[in-house]
Design a protein. Structure first.
Ligand code: CP
Ligand code: NVA
Length: 308
């Protein structure tokens, strides 16, 4: 079963093929209206369930549009409106859903929910974000880097901010795609050590550098994300802002990266907190391509899951 649960759990050759397929499908559409189907209709007759236990704009819309462009049908479901949100087990939900649909994408809180869904589903399951990782986002990010600058292998990626779920998928990707990764952020918000150890074990150079200005020296790509994630308690907001303020990505920080460095943010952004508008809208930023590429990269993920 081709579940897409995390980048570190997926074969590197398959990951590479998905990125290449994303580029090819993007090129093949060549600016045609979004509502027009692809020439190729590999999902004809397929039904895809998109389950959300947290808010979403990009993930919801890009999966929905992508599946429809490939000829499939979708249903977008809110976890709170399902029996899942009222005591039915994940395992039973997975068994039942598998009788109706060909693929399940789920955005949830606990990683255990995703894993239980995958264990009991008899159709492929895609991770649309958990508290611990966000693999679809980083597939789009790799695609975006390579679209602008060529192979990411051997490049220096710097993450400035919270050691969160999106960072974790970057760490997974550093091991699989072979790029160097530097985390810079306050010690209390360090990523789980296992993410760094795993990447290191796969031969990637991953390190922590407390000084953001030293961290970004020679960076090919600078990335950040919100200072308070959806699963973080709002009561932690002020403390996190105080801890993370020195790690804001602003023009002064970007000036220390390579002159042709790219800037990415998975969005949604809190402008002038984790990144200034000057950077988000400035010459290094590729955030709109990054958002668009969720569509193309995920179409490739869906095809790989279904083997079509
Ligand atoms: N980046 C991302 O996953 O955005 P959404 O929360 O809008 O889906
Ligand atoms: N780290 C963020 C990513 C949102 C796409 C969150 O989990 O809220």
């Amino acid at each position: 079963m081709n579940h897409f649960l995390d980048i570190n759990k997926t074969d590197p050759a398959a990951l590479r093929a998905m990125i290449d397929a994303g580029h090819a499908m993007k090129a093949a559409r060549n600016g045609r209206p979004k509502g027009l189907p692809d020439d190729d209709q590999p999902l004809a007759g397929r039904m895809v369930a998109l389950i959300f236990e947290k808010p979403s704009t990009r993930t919801r819309v890009s999966f929905d549009v992508g599946v429809r462009q490939m000829g499939g049908q979708t249903m977008v479901l809110s976890g709170a409106d399902m029996q899942l949100g009222h005591g039915e087990t994940i395992a039973d939900t997975a068994r039942v859903m598998s009788r109706y649909v060909d693929l399940i994408m789920i955005r949830t809180f606990e990683e255990a929910t995703l894993l239980e869904m995958a264990e009991h589903a008899t159709v492929p399951v895609i991770n649309g974000l958990t508290n611990r990782s966000h693999p679809c986002q980083i597939m789009a990010d790799i695609m975006t880097y390579e679209e602008h600058r060529g192979p990411i292998r051997g490049r220096k990626v710097v993450w400035s901010g919270d050691g969160n779920n999106v960072f974790a998928s970057f760490a997974h990707a550093s091991g699989q795609f072979g790029f160097d990764l530097t985390f810079t952020g306050p010690e209390p918000l360090d990523p789980e050590q296992i993410f760094l150890d795993e990447a290191h074990a796969k031969g990637a150079t991953v390190r922590i550098e407390r000084d953001p200005f030293r961290a970004v020296e020679g960076a090919d790509l600078v990335v950040t994300d919100t200072w308070v994630s959806m699963h973080d308690p709002q009561s932690a907001r002020e403390r996190r802002h105080n801890q993370l303020r020195p790690y804001q990505v602003n023009e002064t920080l970007m000036a220390r990266a390579k002159p042709d460095a790219l800037f990415m943010h998975c969005l949604p952004a809190h402008r002038d907190d984790e990144a200034t508008s000057a950077v988000m809208d400035g010459p290094h930023s590729v955030i709109w391509d990054e958002a668009e590429n969720r569509l193309h990269a995920q179409k490739a993920v869906v095809r790989w899951c279904l083997g079509v």
